[in-house]
Ligand binder design. Structure first.
Ligand code: ATP
Length: 257
């Protein structure tokens, strides 16, 4: 069972006995984990291991078949969760600023978003978010005229504009070259640390994770096989997660025994 404890930095996110099945496939099979604020956790596992399903259950896009997700002891509110999508989720014909402003749609009346009606204060706040992600001066640029790395920065600014307590990212750097990917991951880590957010991201390039991970989770066939602080994980532990065969459920890392 996941610990439900909070610490001085704020409420923890506790995933307890999470189950999700699709047509007989056990995508998540009793996942227990506690994520703490101010920590960036990197989720690894081979294709089909259940990474996206876990993230989708956390932001309410999927309904689990069993178990619970609590934040500060209460059911996790989807308004508290922001997902950094792949860059394609931005609206191409809109400016960087408009995409960031859209991040607030969940916390304001729908008609304001539909009419595009924004106060100067809201615009200033969104421009500050762009500044925070290193895109000062690009507010009016259409996002289809930005590079892949800049687009992901807009995606992060938009997520921050939701004022989340939990930030999730599903393969946020899959389409980027290694140097740009490292920059974007480092920005995500800074955001999680500075704002004291619970941060969880899935990555297919574990080599990129070591510079930013505070913690690793590993999934294999829907089961948690690795849950360790990054300084207790060696690269062989991460490789072992990818080598788990479907049906395998051996723990890897320091708590294997
Ligand atoms: N909508 C769905 N309908 C049926 N099966 C699904 C659905 N979504 C996921 N699955 C199955 O659930 C399992 C976990 O999928 P999931 O997408 O969570 O894995 P993943 O670790 O994110 O994989 P990848 O790294 O390839 O994105 C897989 O067997 C997948 O085929």
């Amino acid at each position: 069972m996941a610990a439900d404890t909070d610490d001085a930095a704020g409420p923890a996110l506790a995933v307890d006995g999470l189950e999700k099945r699709y047509d007989g496939v056990r995508a998540l099979d009793g996942v227990d984990v506690t994520l703490r604020p101010g920590e960036l956790t990197v989720l690894v596992g081979r294709s089909g291991a259940g990474k996206t399903t876990l993230l989708r259950c956390m932001n309410g896009l999927e309904t689990p078949d069993g178990g619970a997700i609590r934040h500060g002891g209460a059911p996790l509110e989807t308004d508290d969760v922001a997902l950094v999508f792949q860059s394609s989720a931005l609206v191409d014909r809109k400016s960087a600023l408009a995409n960031v402003l859209d991040g607030a749609l969940g916390r304001e009346p729908a008609w304001r978003g539909v009419l595009g009606w924004r106060t100067p204060a809201e615009k200033r706040e969104a421009i500050a978010r762009l500044h925070d992600v290193g895109l000062a001066g690009m507010a009016d640029r259409r996002v289809d005229r930005l590079s892949g790395g800049e687009r992901q920065r807009v995606g992060i600014a938009r997520a921050l504009h939701q004022e989340p307590r939990v930030v999730l990212a599903d393969e946020p750097v899959a389409a980027l070259d290694p140097a740009t990917a490292r920059d974007v991951l480092s920005l995500l880590a800074d955001v999680v640390h500075d704002a004291g957010l619970v941060g969880l991201l899935s990555l297919h390039q574990p080599g990129l994770a070591s510079a930013v991970a505070d913690r690793y989770l590993g999934l294999a066939a829907g089961r948690l096989v690795l849950d360790e602080a990054a300084d207790a994980v060696d690269p062989a532990d991460v490789t072992a997660v990818y080598e788990q065969t479907p049906g395998g459920d051996d723990r890897v890392g320091a708590d294997r025994a």
